[in-house]
Every structure is written in C-alpha cells, then in structure tokens.
Design a protein around this ligand. Structure first.
Ligand code: ZN
Ligand code: ZN
Length: 141
C-alpha cells in the first residue's frame, strides 16, 4: 500500500502541483481499483469531508491526463478509474452487475494486437473488453 508521501512524489514526478484533493484522489484510486466517480468521492470524503464534487472531477481528469490514473469505460457503464497504468491490460466485465476484473494482456507490451492493415494510423493501444457473467451472477450448476 502506497503512502501519501509516495503519492506526493508521483504528483511531483508528473510535474503536477501537489494539492490535498489530488493526493486524496490518487490514494482512493489506489485503494479501490475500478471504482466509479461516486465511490471515489465517498472515499475522498472520508479524509477531506468538505471536498467538492468538482474538485474530485478535476483531480481525476488531471491525474488521467498525466497518466497516473487510467480511465476505463466499457460501453453502457459509467467510467471507472484504476492505478494500474501503462501495461496495456484488459478488462472482463459482468453484463449483469457491471463488476470489472483485470485480465493480463496475452502478448505483453502494448499494443498487443497488430491490425492487419493500420490504414496509416500510428496505433499505440488496443482496447479489449471481455464480456460475460461474474461468478456471483452466473447461474449455479
Ligand atoms: Zn455480476
Ligand atoms: Zn484494470
């Protein structure tokens, strides 16, 4: 578990100003992988009771843009955030309850899929979502 001093260092290394909301949001995302914005606001308010929704939204946007946080938004679901960045891992999503789990990339480094024809695009990421039912939602045998 990372400490606040580690989060402050991550912000400084990304050339971001260290603010209490940013440290609290980074800490919440590390503690709650794939949490949505509402869950992150709840977690942040456990430390900073007066923090505004806007401050949390702004922090999430800044941290995502800086690459410290990854935003995941499978179609039809609200955005989730996670601290596992830069490894091109994929997600398994439950169609019933929306639970999300990580799935390691089979090929390793990004991008794991080489398009048959890139049509001139410089591809740097392949986003794969596996859909199904989580163990809790699967009908028992
Ligand atoms: Zn489920
Ligand atoms: Zn993930």
């Amino acid at each position: 578990m990372s400490s606040d001093s580690a989060f402050r260092r991550m912000l400084r290394d990304a050339a971001l100003r260290v603010t209490r909301p940013r440290v609290a949001v980074l800490s919440a995302v590390h503690a709650h992988p794939h949490a949505d914005t509402e869950a992150i606001i709840d977690a942040v308010r456990g430390r900073l009771p007066k923090v505004s929704h806007q401050a949390v939204y702004d922090s999430l946007r800044t941290l995502t843009a800086a690459g410290l946080v990854r935003r995941v938004q499978p179609s039809g679901l609200v955005a989730r955030y996670e601290s596992r960045v830069g490894d091109n891992h994929h997600h398994i999503v439950c169609r019933s309850c929306g639970a999300i789990a990580d799935a390691d990339c089979r090929a390793g480094a990004a991008p794991c899929l080489t398009a048959a024809d890139d049509r001139g695009f410089a591809i740097d990421e392949a986003e794969i979502v596996y859909w199904g039912l989580c163990p809790g939602c699967s009908p028992s045998p």
